[in-house]
Design a protein around this ligand. Structure first.
Ligand SMILES: [Mn+2]
Length: 268
């Protein structure tokens, strides 16, 4: 049995299937991990979502910022954006089923046996892995609760909240947890986020979340997507960036989670 992790598919269904062919992925035998942002911007989010859902227990996927955006648009909380390519999902006969399935995806996956953790964007260096898992659980419970629409609309309000503080209200904590797991690139030593910067270069006092001198989470093996500008490089042996920018014309990459070898296919 092989286990592979694939990063941001973003509706790039054709490269996704070519990559699965190239690694000779066998459902029923192998396992697939998907690091979130399954949909949006790419040409075929509907086929991508249907296919991932059809893999059932052979595939574990975590939620990314685009997946949460889809949940919010489908719930009538957010308008679609100009660059969105979510229309075919929203108009599909199985839309409700797909959205319900998506809402029950985790935001963090930890495999005890492999001792590997997967999130979409990252884990802030101010946390331990134990805290990260607990906070992920809190967010998952809230997204799966009956009043999830209220939470979603709060998650997408514009405010200046950008720093973790245990004294925050419950929903403000959930908003920061969401930002860390699904949107983070740079933060400062107190966990304050710089969410504007999408390049690979930090502004003053900010660093990539995996590049501080030390953090308890750097002892963990972590797989994440979200940050195509890194081109797969973090400088840390245990922290694996797997978004290689397929939707922007780059490549889609599968990371073998037993030997950490990479296999890629070009977007075209
Ligand atoms: Mn993302």
């Amino acid at each position: 049995m092989a286990v592979y992790a694939i990063g941001d598919i973003q509706g790039c269904y054709d490269p996704f299937r070519r990559l699965l062919d190239k690694i000779k992925f066998k459902p029923g035998k192998d396992k697939l991990w998907i690091a979130g942002d399954m949909v949006n911007r790419g040409p075929d989010s509907l086929a991508t979502l249907r296919f991932i859902k059809s893999l059932g227990d052979d595939c574990i996927s975590v939620l990314g910022n685009h997946d949460l955006h889809l949940l919010a648009v489908a719930s009538g909380i957010r308008p679609a954006k100009k660059k969105d390519t979510l229309g075919p999902i929203l108009n599909a006969p199985d839309c409700d089923e797909l959205i319900h399935w998506l809402r029950y995806r985790p935001v963090l996956h930890h495999d005890k046996r492999l001792d590997i953790t997967m999130v979409h964007a990252g884990i802030p260096p101010i946390w331990t892995i134990k805290q990260a898992r607990l906070y992920a659980e809190k967010l998952e419970q809230a997204l799966q609760a009956n009043d999830y629409r209220e939470l979603l609309s709060y998650l997408f309000t514009n405010d200046k909240l950008n720093t973790w503080d245990k004294a925050l209200t419950r929903r403000a904590r959930l908003k920061m947890i969401t930002a860390y797991f699904t949107r983070m690139r740079f933060c400062d030593e107190n966990g304050k986020l710089d969410l504007e910067n999408k390049t690979a270069y930090a502004r003053k006092d900010f660093y990539p979340w995996f590049q501080f001198p030390d953090s308890p989470i750097y002892k963990e093996t972590i797989v994440f997507g979200h940050w195509a500008a890194l081109e797969g490089i973090t400088g840390r042996k245990r922290i694996h960036a797997i978004d290689t920018g397929c939707v922007w014309g780059g490549e889609m990459t599968a990371l073998n989670l037993k030997n950490f070898q990479r296999t890629s296919v070009p977007a075209e």
